[in-house]
Design a protein around this ligand. Structure first.
Ligand code: BGC
Length: 472
């Protein structure tokens, strides 16, 4: 894996006339790189359907189950911390290779899952892999995508995550008939291995190559991706210009109050995203359906429907994001989520007895999913990539990505305990309440960044404007 020829091998000189069409190469590269999002989604989704079978086989408590679910997020936090170093030292491509290799190994360990301890270790390592991939892939995509689709790549990446979650739910449903949770957890090693092989075909990021002074190789990659020599030259000049601005995130964090504000905003945005309660449903949907009185197969089919609705509603966000703007979408999303969860909680409080009551509650849970997928799902990632000043961008995005995983851990680690200690209705009301609070936070703290250049946002931030106004 550390073969220094890897990058040279991929960057074989290809002029626009001899190789595949550059546009096709760029699309191929973006799609392949975006598959890291699919791995992210598989990772999130795979545990939901397996839980009850694991609990039954090992006769473990809800608390141990929470550990099995959440150690993945703990590992991801560790992976995200290490990924910064890995991707700047070894390069983006090798970082993706390591991430996917670890993914395969960890999925096999989880699949073997001969004891709770093995399962915990497997989940932790799986997390490390996804921490690496979830940090490196968006950065890589931003570095190789042509300028006109760079912003859209974030949304496409989110779409890939939701497709991954949906596929994991589907495969869990298929295996639920045999109850074989080992296969449920192990099977994702196959897409992981395919992704690993696919990464070999990816070029190294031109920006990273230039950071390392490998300008000739960078030119070759850019020629392969863009074709037109004038475009290549312009992009090289831009990258060279950007590289003159050293990344000094940590120093800036200590010295500059305005930068601390944008880092704080990134942290808040990710906490908000996780505390909407989305991952409660992603990890524990079958359990929620079980508590509504559905039998195992129905639980998993409904979970698959949840996954499908998540994919479809993400398309709404992609369509709306540059039309409506960030804040109106967030207001709509948080309101829809608050109503959805509030009603689910109320139904649980009143008692779900009849079939129409059950179906209505499922429908309201789906309303909640729509609320998330059309808003906070993609938008939080978009905002996090927009609000950091250039000198501190790597640092700022690393901190917000790390926060995503830590908050994700807290949510996954506490849900069953909340259910058991406070009750179903109260737990759903709690999350509904969070979404109401997020409406207020959106009003006071979140900026509207639609149609504004990143430079403009940075100028306003550094001028000390209130966060909600940095996009004006
Ligand atoms: C979040 C994940 C979540 C997924 C659901 C992503 O934006 O970061 O935590 O599981 O959306 O679609």
């Amino acid at each position: 894996m550390n073969n220094p020829n890897l990058t040279t091998m991929d960057s074989t000189p290809q002029s626009s006339t001899t190789g595949p069409h550059p546009k096709a190469t760029a699309v191929f590269t973006c799609v392949l790189g975006g598959l890291a999002g699919l791995m992210f989604g598989l990772d999130i989704g795979v545990i939901s359907g397996a839980q009850q079978f694991i609990q039954h086989d090992f006769r473990i408590s809800d608390t141990t189950l929470e550990h099995i679910v959440s150690w993945m997020m703990l590992g991801a936090a560790v992976g995200a911390i290490g990924a910064g170093w890995l991707s700047s030292t070894l390069g983006r491509k090798k970082s993706l290779l390591w991430g996917s290799l670890i993914f395969v190994v960890a999925s096999v360990i989880c699949g073997i899952g001969s004891s709770v301890e093995v399962l915990l270790i497997g989940r932790l390592i799986l997390g490390v892999s996804i921490g690496i991939l979830s940090f490196t892939a968006p950065m890589y995509l931003a570095e190789i995508a042509p300028e006109n689709i760079r912003g859209a790549m974030v949304s496409i990446y989110q779409l890939m995550i939701t497709i991954g979650i949906f596929l994991a739910f589907l495969s869990d449903t298929a295996f639920s008939y045999s109850g074989n949770w080992h296969w449920m957890l192990g099977i994702i090693a196959i897409p992981g291995a395919l992704f690993f092989l696919g990464v070999f075909a990816l070029p190294e990021s031109p920006r990273w190559l230039m950071m390392r002074g490998l300008n000739e190789q960078a030119t070759k990659v850019l020629t392969k991706l863009r074709g037109n020599p004038a475009v290549v030259q312009k992009e090289e000049a831009e990258i060279a210009e950007q590289l003159k601005i050293p990344q000094r995130g940590w120093h800036m964090f200590l010295e500059n109050r305005n930068f601390r504000r944008s880092v704080g905003l990134g942290i808040m945005l990710q906490i908000v995203q996780q505390f909407t309660g989305m991952n409660v449903v992603m990890y524990y949907a079958p359990r929620i359906f079980q508590d509504m009185g559905y039998h195992t197969e129905a639980q998993l089919w409904f979970t698959a429907i949840v996954g499908l609705v998540n994919v479809l509603a993400t398309l709404i966000a992609i369509f709306l994001v540059d039309k409506w703007g960030r804040k109106p979408i967030l207001y709509t999303g948080f309101s829809v989520m608050a109503i959805g969860l509030g009603v689910v909680g109320t139904m649980m409080h009143l008692g779900i007895v009849t079939q129409p009551e059950r179906l209505f509650t499922v429908a309201m849970l789906l309303v909640f999913i729509v609320g998330f997928a059309m808003s906070a799902g993609p938008l939080i990632w978009i905002l996090c990539s927009e609000v950091q000043p250039i000198k501190g961008r790597d640092f700022g995005i690393a901190i917000s990505t790390l926060t995503n995983w830590v908050a994700n851990f807290v949510v996954g680690f506490t849900f069953l305990s909340l259910l058991n200690n406070f009750g179903h209705a109260q737990t759903f009301w709690l999350y509904a309440g969070f979404n109401v609070v997020f409406l207020v936070l959106t009003f006071f703290l979140i900026p509207e960044t639609k149609g504004v250049t990143l430079e403009h946002i940075e100028r306003n931030l550094m001028a000390g404007k209130p966060l909600r106004n940095i996009g004006q």
